[in-house]
Structures are given as C-alpha cells and as structure tokens.
Design a protein around this ligand. Structure first.
Ligand SMILES: N[C@@H](CCC[C@H](N)C(=O)O)C(=O)O
Length: 333
C-alpha cells in the first residue's frame, strides 16, 4: 500500500504521488495514464483535479526532493506555483526543515514555511524563477516580435494589450475590466492558443487580470493542459511582474501584492536582483484527503479498492475565503 494526498493551493487541486515510497517508480507512460484517469471528474476520485505532482529523489544536489508536474491532459509542465507550496508542506512534514530547496524541471527553487493564513490554514512561500521574455524561450512566433510587453497583438486578439513571459512555464497576460474577465474571450483565446496554432506551438497559460488598486490584483487563468482553473500560482506571479513593469504606479517591486483569484487569495513579492527577475509566491497549502492505494492498482490506474480519509482542512480554508473581500461573481470549480 502507498499513500496519495489530495491537496490544493487556492483551490488549484492536485494529487501528490510520492514515488520515493514505491518499490519502483511508474514509467512515464504509466504516469500519464494515471494522471489522465485520476484527474477526470468522471473516471477519477474526489472530483478529479488539475494535475498530479510527483515527488522523486532529487537529481540536483542541495535539494530535498524533485517535483514533477503532470497536467490533467498528461502533458508535463516545467513548474507549478500552487503545487510547489503543497509539495513544500509535504516535505516539511517529512524532513522537519522550514527552509529548503526543491528540484524542478529547470532549477532548484527555494521554499519556506510561513505563518498560517488563518486558523487551520498552513502557508508556504515558494520562489518562482527563472524568468524570460524571449520569444524562443516561451516559445512564440509569427507575430513579428521578439518580446511582447504591453503591446497590441491583433493576431492573438484585436483590441487587447498583452505581455508574454516564461517563469519558466509560458504565460500570456492582459489587464482589463472585471466585466471583460467574466466574458467569453478568455475561454476562446485559451482554447485557440492551446490547440494547433501558429503563435504558441507549445500552448500557453492565459491570464486575464483586473487591477483593483495599488498592489492589488484579481487574476483568472485558462491553463495549458487543464482549461479554466480556480487559480494558477505561476500565472499570478507572472501577472504581478507584468503589473510592476507595465503599471509602475500601481505595482511596486519588493512590496507585497495581494492577488485574488476565484479560489481565494495569495500574495506575491516581485524582486529584481543581479539582473534577474524573480517572484515570491505566498499562500495556502491545504491537504483535503489521504488515499491508500496498492502499488499494482496505482500502476494500472485502478481506483476500485482505494481507501479515502478526508481531513477537516477544507472547512478552515472556506472560513478563510469567506472572510476575504469578493471581487467577482465567478464560481469555484
Ligand atoms: N497551476 C499551475 C501551473 C501548472 C502548469 C501549467 N498548466 C502549464 O502547463 O504550464 C500553477 O499553480 O503554477
């Protein structure tokens, strides 16, 4: 028997699979198959999720563990901000260290334990980096630009200004009114850029954001490999950096930025050190259920014999969310 965890950061839901506990890790094909099945609300358990976070032994020195991110459609992402907070908590509970590094696809990233957001709502901070604006890194093409920073790009959508950056997973950002955020454009653009298209050949996470006030944002994301999500940690971090660059009177470096989302709220701090941008993402790391599953069933993605034990953390999280100001009419997923 091994244990899976059902977790969330701002109600961006995941299962954590710790492969260091297995006799043998799953093959990549088994991992893809397992992820596609468990994340679906039809074939999975506990209403599915946005992806699976896989914990492995580290491949880089100085990290406690490696985190791989498998999106719901089976594709692999280079990073996941909300997910990394939950993996940080998982490792904190195993190793009893409150500052350490996690090995991710492109870099070791710093994580640390923070004060609880509210009673029963544990919080962690994670580093979001490396950042790049270069078209070959994201990648994007066929818009006649090497970088997209606060620019109209009619090929993508007429009348909207965009910023594109990798953190290191790719993000496209546009600032607009709350009414536009709730309208159909985000879904249309997200679908268009995440199927065969000449602009973002690997797809892109699309973030629409409202500037509520100085250092206050609301962000809604259509995620690559997932679709609409309650929150995207790397998306909110990339949007915070875009805010500081494009609206310097409203977004300040080295200051806490409150970022509201359909699933709750996080805080970001945008830094510029040694010619590099990086972002700190601070928010909840909530465990909602523990699941016991046999290793053979795990390999075959068979959930008929699982034993599920729910925690009471979601009640505490919902109490925290109910005390937040509400900036939108969007329902959580
Ligand atoms: N929800 C995540 C991002 C997950 C990866 C994304 N779908 C991609 O393919 O880049 C987050 O919290 O950052």
């Amino acid at each position: 028997m091994t244990q899976l965890l059902k977790v969330h950061g701002s109600q961006n839901h995941f299962f954590i699979l710790d492969q260091t506990e297995l006799d043998e890790p799953l093959t990549d094909e088994q991992l893809r198959n397992f992820t596609k099945k468990i994340t679906s609300s039809d074939t999975g358990i506990l209403d599915g999720s946005d992806g699976v976070l896989v914990v492995n032994h580290p491949t880089r020195s100085h990290a406690l563990a490696q985190m791989r991110v498998i999106n719901a459609d089976g594709s692999e992402a280079s990073m996941c901000g909300n997910g990394l907070r939950t993996v940080a908590r998982y490792l904190f509970e195993q190793f009893h260290q409150d500052h350490f590094m996690v090995d991710t696809m492109n870099a070791n990233l710093r994580v640390s334990k923070q004060a609880d957001l509210a009673e029963g709502v544990p919080a962690f901070a994670v580093e979001i980096s490396p950042v790049s604006f270069a078209n070959e890194k994201l990648p994007f093409d066929n818009v006649g630009l090497r970088r997209i920073i606060d620019q109209y790009v009619p090929e993508l959508y007429p009348g909207l200004k965009f910023t594109a950056l990798a953190v290191p997973n790719p993000h496209l950002i546009s600032f607009m009114s709350q009414k536009q955020i709730e309208g159909p454009i985000l879904g249309e653009l997200g679908e268009k850029l995440n199927q065969d298209n000449p602009y973002f050949p690997d797809g892109v996470n699309v973030n629409f954001a409202q500037i509520i006030d100085r250092n206050q944002l609301f962000v809604r994301t259509f995620e690559r490999g997932v679709g609409f999500t309650n929150a995207c940690g790397t998306g909110m971090s990339a949007t915070s950096l875009a805010l500081c660059l494009t609206h310097p009177d409203l977004g300040q470096f080295n200051q806490k930025i409150d970022v509201y989302n359909p699933g709750g709220k996080v805080q970001t701090i945008v830094h510029y050190d040694h010619d590099c941008y990086w972002i700190e993402l601070i928010g909840n790391a909530t465990f909602t259920a523990r699941i016991e599953i046999g290793e053979d069933d795990l390999r075959q993605a068979n959930f008929d014999n699982v034993k599920i034990t729910e925690t009471d953390e979601q009640t505490a999280y919902e109490r925290f969310v109910n005390n937040l100001p509400h900036f939108n009419n969007l329902q959580t997923i």
